[in-house]
Design a protein. Structure first.
Lengths: 446, 277
């Protein structure tokens, strides 16, 4: 190891060693060695089944060398970039505060601009079914993200089984409408209530759990719901799901061709786009309802109690806050929005099966919340747009799509470890609302 | 006004496995007085506090609280959050426990949770933004502003609590406890880490809380200048038992207290004990 550095020499982020050519080189060699170990089998040796089923393999040292070389050069580049950006506390403070302030100032205009644009999407892209469908998909995930944000972002309870409530909402509508012929507008609140009920049911056993333990139990809960849906054939139709779920109506007026349809009543020619536009505005209204309620709740005692719970549970108890009901209401509220989204999903698809409610969905929604910045409404919306929209955008890249996507996520987390919108806006202020740095805001303990 | 003491501990015992942290402790805290609980490190003071404020369930014994109107609570039977909600006991922590990511004002708003929860009709009235809710919210803000002014933090109202200086955080925690409208305020080493000037300001604040707000105070403190200056009664603990109780003057001259604090030879201590007996 080197001797103590002169005071002016730059110090590596952990402050332990001086950054010099030797340090960078050593790190690069180490990275290259790890890459060599990993890629030697993955890339260096290619195996295939031969004509008669025997093992055939050949080596690809050229590819292996170029990959290891890329890691080596990349490692040096990253270290130089760090050096160039100057010594800082950690990766988190890569972004100067002036840029952060500018972002938060821009944030004030981003939200209204985004909202107006969203309202105009069906007008601008009226004839582009693909874009409208994508818009509906993005808005569904925005709504799910905002719903999960209540549990994870505000109350700080890590929920890996959020898709369970999405499924409960979808199956509630699917079963109630196909069995009892109830309309979408009656089933929507019922789906929300049932999902909230399941949220409370999940909440009870996990009240005492924290952190990893809570995450695992919620994960299991999500899987249990899915397995029940698959195996309870008499009720849920098992793997075949439920088909023929009624399409939504405009308060009783069907959006269908022929007599009694909306088009006929308005005296305009029928077009299937009408229903897509209607669905678009329906999910937009539901998402905005979620947003409005969440923003209101944050300013009410219950919302402040959620955030206080995330900050310090012991202090909450000392202030007379009932932890049990506070946690349960957070679970129930988040689940209710998931249930609404599920009912919408069922009516849009017309067909649901357990396939749609895998752990991958939970992980995607959680990624949206984390990437957006826990607790931030705008951040979650932007993250949903980036994740779902970006996923579609890179469709042409086919197999590399996941790779690009993963890389983008890693970069965002390096650049802004607390999400796109990392700071927290106070719920009440006397003189001036000062946004609170993410360094101070706790992530919750569960 | 009830004549019973605000707080009475009767034979409070707390065992952790084989360790007896508090052994048959009995003392009373008088209404609108400042009672100090002192003793060397590890004497069991914080354990007593945690029993009173519901963080521990005592192994045995009774903790009785009597409000001004005569309402009585046996606190060992109450759920932890009801000790603040119903019995009106507020506390601060030895290592400050503010909500660091929330502003000073928000911290004081969280403290008024139960009153605001009622006013918001369990959230429904608040969600609709009815006038009765707005009035309740405004009065809660006014109350918070009053306490921010009282502890001299009104200029920092919109700053994150985690950004405040150490002494400011201590005062904010007291303000937060007072925002719950307590009958009894329990302070765990409020002067720890404060400089002389801040300690003096703290003494003044506590005296005013006692006299102006009809709040009784129970205090754990190592800073003897604060204890001697403001306490009406002092209870001294060592090894989980009470070794002395009296006015600050009596305590100052008590040989057992001096022995407990300064340490003595075994024989000397035994001699003191015998002399007492």
């Amino acid at each position: 190891m080197s001797a103590s550095p002169p005071p002016s020499s730059p110090v590596s982020p952990d402050g332990a060693e001086p950054v010099g050519a030797a340090f960078i080189l050593r790190k690069a060699v180490l990275s290259a060695l790890v890459a060599l170990g990993l890629f030697s089998l993955m890339v260096g040796v290619r195996t295939e089944a031969g004509q008669s089923g025997q093992l055939e393999y050949w080596t690809r040292f050229g590819e292996l060398a170029s990959l290891v070389g890329a890691v080596f050069v990349g490692s040096i580049a990253v270290e130089l970039l760090r050096l160039w950006l100057g010594p800082r506390g950690g990766l988190g403070s890569f972004v100067p505060s002036s840029v952060q302030n500018g972002l938060s100032a821009a944030g004030r205009y981003v939200a209204p601009a985004l909202l107006i644009f969203t309202f105009l999407v069906p007008v601008i892209f009226y004839n582009q079914r693909y874009i409208l469908d994508l818009g509906i998909l993005v808005l569904t995930y925005v709504m799910l993200g905002w719903g999960l944000n209540v549990v994870v972002g505000l109350a700080g309870l890590l929920d890996l089984g959020y898709v369970a409530f999405y499924a409960v909402g979808a199956y509630s509508y699917g079963l109630l409408s196909t069995t009892f012929g109830l309309s979408f507008w009656i089933c929507l609140p019922l789906a929300g209530i049932l999902a909230a009920f399941w949220g409370v049911l999940l909440g009870f056993p996990v009240l005492r759990l924290r952190g990893d333990y809570l995450a695992i139990v919620t994960l299991a809960f999500g899987e249990i719901i899915r397995l029940v849906l698959i195996n309870w054939q008499d009720v849920t139709g098992g793997p075949n799901g439920i088909s023929g779920i009624p399409r939504p109506t405009l308060f009783g007026i069907p959006l269908a061709p022929g007599e009694g349809g909306l088009a006929a009543m308005l005296g305009i020619p029928f077009s299937p786009t009408h229903r897509i536009v209607f669905l678009f505005y329906l999910i937009l209204a539901l998402a905005l309802l979620t947003n409005w309620v969440t923003i209101r709740l944050r300013r009410l005692p219950i919302g402040r109690a959620w955030e206080a719970l995330r900050e310090d549970e012991v202090a909450c108890r000392a202030l007379g806050i009932n932890i049990t009901t506070t946690k349960l209401t957070a679970f129930a509220t988040g689940a209710m929005f998931g249930g609404f989204a599920g009912a919408f999903f069922a009516t849009r698809q017309g067909f649901i099966s357990p396939e749609s409610f895998t752990f991958q969905e939970s992980a995607l929604v959680l990624a949206i919340v984390v990437l957006g910045g826990m607790g931030s409404q705008l951040g979650v919306a932007l993250a949903a747009l980036a994740m779902i929209g970006g996923f579609e955008l890179f469709r042409s890249l086919e197999v590399y799509r996941m790779l690009v996507f993963g890389l983008a996520m890693v970069l965002v987390m390096i650049w802004r470890p607390r999400g796109i919108v990392g700071h927290r806006a106070p719920t009440v202020f006397l003189e001036k609302s000062k946004s609170i740095s993410s360094d101070l805001v706790k992530e919750g303990h569960g | 006004m009830s004549s019973a003491p605000i707080l009475a501990l009767e034979n409070l015992t707390m065992r952790f496995g084989g360790i007896v942290a508090v052994n048959a402790l009995s003392f009373t805290a008088q209404r609108q007085q400042i009672t100090a609980l002192i003793g060397p490190n590890g004497a069991g003071k914080t354990t007593v506090f945690n029993c009173i404020t519901g963080f521990y369930k005592p192994t045995s014994g009774v903790i009785r609280l009597t409000h001004d109107d005569g309402a009585q609570f046996e606190m060992q039977k109450l759920k932890d959050f009801n000790i603040s909600k119903q019995a009106k006991v507020a506390r601060t922590f030895q290592n400050i426990r503010l909500f660091p990511g929330m502003t000073a004002l928000e911290n004081l708003m969280v403290a008024q949770h139960n009153a605001l929860m009622r006013a918001s009709g369990l959230t429904l009235i608040g969600l609709l933004g009815l006038p009765s809710w707005r009035a309740a919210e405004q009065s809660a803000i006014d109350n918070a502003v009053f306490w921010l002014k009282r502890v001299g933090l009104i200029d920092r109202a919109d700053d994150a609590a985690g950004n405040l200086a150490y002494g400011d955080q201590r005062r904010l925690e007291i303000a937060r406890a007072m925002c719950t409208g307590p009958a009894l305020l329990c302070l765990d080493e409020p002067a720890a880490g404060l400089n002389a000037r801040e300690s003096a300001a703290l003494s003044e604040l506590l005296l005013s809380i006692r006299s102006d707000h009809a709040t009784s105070i129970l205090l754990i403190e190592h800073d003897m200048s604060v204890v001697m200056e403001i306490s009406d009664r002092v209870v001294v603990m060592d090894y989980g038992v009470k070794i002395a109780e009296g006015t600050p003057r009596e305590i100052r001259d008590d040989p057992k207290v001096i022995a407990a604090y300064l340490g003595t030879d075994e024989e000397e201590a035994a001699a003191v004990m015998e002399a007492e007996a």
